[in-house]
Write a protein that binds this ligand. Structure first.
Ligand code: F6R
Length: 607
């Protein structure tokens, strides 16, 4: 959600704060702001909308302070106005915050009764006043924060700056991530290592409940019981990743085009290429291999990757899969047979609902395997096994390359489990692995269809609603297509299992309704053609993603995007490319911001 940064520097920090916020903008972009200390006095600069508005303000009103905090916001409490933008301040402190303070109304009423005046609708302002109240009661800054943290409920990360204290920043982490960066007589605070990459690669991650007192030459970390603790320092790889768009217009376009490379890299991590077999880089406990049922939970696109994985686990490992979105699963009180596998899927590794589902399953005695892109994330660290996707940082808010890398890992896990469970013999495993190895090349060939896909996308821009249909593993992909289109272009879209069409959604079909059918010529192709006939009979406009045989084989008037020939098992990984491109090009054609769609944020650390 929101992005936080803090710098205790040797020179003016305002420009550096904005620089760091650029790398955090994917976490929220409703508004942004910074605060620094000038001659001990708090100075704030905030702006509604994109970060460039703040950069312009800073250009017109330069700030000179050597210590500061910054924030890019995804609004939870209060509209995305300048007044509600962080940092929030009271007389003596400025605060940046990611997450939600659940009991802010109660605290606000108590503070108002003590005479504190509130000027925003945010929960964050309560934290600034609460700490000020503790200072008013005679506590020093460190004790005031310690006392305030005990009164706050919710999941959050905080960065706090104190008037009159030029060598002090305090950070706190409960639920939402926070990292410390160590420099030469300089210290940094950031929501992730990526934000701090231009300044330092020596990073410590706060554990849940930790808070830290930063001075230019020290970082004292306290745990949830205020005990002084040490947390390991590591060398962050974030600076190795170039976070720029290269020659692409958007990060999303770049990330779509990176897929052959990152999927190949991910597959190589899980496959012994010379032996033609899956070689998992971790041991699966024997009880997990023998389990009768496994569970998958995730959110959004991660959930749809999991739903695709369900088809593969059931088919290749003969393993029943219970799957649910994490926001439902976490409260469902689902019974779970001890010793089985709970698999969670997450790009960021910080999604609040997915983390809660993981923790529920852990308490039920499950082995936790996470398919995760950020190795230092909370989900990766709380899992028994972190099965990494090697997609590299994904900056576009809509997930693309992380999704196909998740599919690559899930396919390898399903095949690996299939062998261990005696379902797949060596020959069958080698046949499937050969298909997987061919995927990056097929993806590269799918990317070459871009100009045709772009044309189709322009024809969608006028639609009010779009329907996506698919069967088998192309059913989750139909859901993913609809999700991508609505989040990027704001056109209403629905994904359906093609066989469900006649059970309701067919009522929507008329000549204004584009229906995108994802149907390689596999064993259910004929069934899908019947569904297409039902659409055609009602005047619906058909767009077909299929191979040459499929495109030639419907006998209907359809617009086809002809995909390379391939066996059906993993075709969804390749068909994901036109699905992503359709959403991207429709949005760009309509003048929408493909990297930062309205109302969304990349890392959803609130419920
Ligand atoms: C859609 C999208 C979201 C995320 C979801 C889960 O394009 O990106 O639906 O997939 O918010 O996020 P992670 O994977 O970080 O847990």
């Amino acid at each position: 959600m929101c992005g936080i940064v803090g710098i205790l520097g040797q020179g003016p920090v305002a420009g550096l704060l904005v620089e760091a916020l650029k790398r955090l903008e994917y976490r929220g972009y409703d508004s942004s702001g910074i605060a620094t200390l000038e001659e001990g006095q708090l100075q704030r600069l905030r702006a509604e909308g994109k970060l460039k508005n703040l950069a312009t303000r800073l250009h017109n009103h330069p700030l000179q302070g050597h210590v500061g905090i910054g924030h890019t916001r995804w609004a939870t409490h209060g509209k995305p106005t300048e007044n509600n933008a962080h940092p929030h301040a009271s007389a003596k402190v400025a605060v940046v915050h990611n997450g939600i303070i659940e009991n802010f109304q109660e605290l606000r009423a108590q503070l108002q009764a003590l005479g504190h005046q509130f000027v925003t609708e945010t929960d964050t302002e309560t934290v600034a006043h609460l700490i000020t109240q503790k200072l008013n009661e005679g506590l020093g800054p460190v004790a005031a924060v310690a006392a305030s943290l005990k009164l706050l409920r919710g999941a959050f990360a905080l960065g706090i700056l104190f008037e009159g204290h030029d060598d002090l920043l305090i950070g706190a982490r409960r639920g939402a991530p926070l990292a410390i960066g160590f420099g030469e007589e300089e210290m940094y605070l950031g929501s992730d290592a990526l934000a701090l990459a231009p300044f330092t690669d020596t990073i410590s991650y706060l554990e849940d409940g930790d808070w830290v007192v930063l001075r230019r030459d020290s970082a004292e970390i306290f745990d949830a019981h205020d005990k002084l603790v040490q947390r390991p320092r590591s060398q962050s790889l974030a600076s190795a990743f170039l976070v720029d768009k290269g020659n692409y217009r958007h990060f999303m376009a770049k990330e779509i085009h990176e897929q052959p490379e990152v999927v190949a890299r991910t597959l190589a991590h899980y496959i012994d290429l010379s032996a033609g077999k899956v070689n998992l880089p971790f041991e699966l406990p024997p009880e997990m291999v023998k389990m009768e049922r496994m569970t998958i939970s995730a959110c959004g696109t991660g959930y749809l990757a999991g739903l695709t994985g369900k088809y593969w686990f059931e088919k290749f490992a003969r393993l029943s899969v219970d799957i649910d979105v994490a926001s439902e699963f976490r409260y469902r009180e689902a019974p779970m047979a001890p010793g089985a596998m709970m698999l969670v899927v997450s790009q960021s590794g910080e999604t609040a609902d997915t983390l809660a589902a993981l923790r529920y399953a852990k308490a039920q005695g499950q082995h936790i395997v996470s398919v995760v892109n950020v190795p230092t994330s909370t989900i990766a660290r709380e899992s028994d096994i972190a099965a990494l996707t090697l997609a590299g940082p994904e900056i576009g808010v809509a997930s693309t390359k992380a999704f196909t890398c998740q599919l690559a890992v899930l396919a390898c896990l399903a095949i690996g489990l299939g062998r261990m469970r005696g379902v797949l013999d060596a020959q069958e495993e080698s046949r499937l692995v050969k298909q997987l190895i061919a995927i990056p090349g097929l993806m590269a060939s799918a990317l070459q269809r871009e100009s045709g896909i772009e044309q189709v996308s322009h024809s969608l821009a006028k639609a009010r609603d779009v329907l996506y249909l698919g069967r088998g593993t192309n059913y989750p992909l139909a859901l993913e297509g609809a999700l991508k289109l609505k989040e990027l272009s704001y056109i209403h879209a629905e994904g359906y299992a093609a066989g469900e069409l006649k059970h309701g959604p067919i009522a929507l079909i008329d000549e204004t309704m584009p229906v995108i059918v994802i149907a390689p010529s596999d064993h259910v192709f004929e069934k899908t053609v019947s569904n297409m006939q039902e659409v055609a009979a009602r005047g619906g406009r058909l767009i077909l993603l299929s191979d040459a045989a499929g495109a030639a084989g419907t006998g209907l008037d359809v617009t086809s995007i002809v995909m390379p020939d391939m066996p059906p098992e993993f075709a969804a990984m390749v068909y994901a490319i036109p699905v992503q491109m359709i959403a991207y090009h429709t949005a760009v054609f309509m003048g929408k911001d493909a990297d930062q769609p309205r109302n969304l944020a990349k890392s959803v650390t609130v419920e």
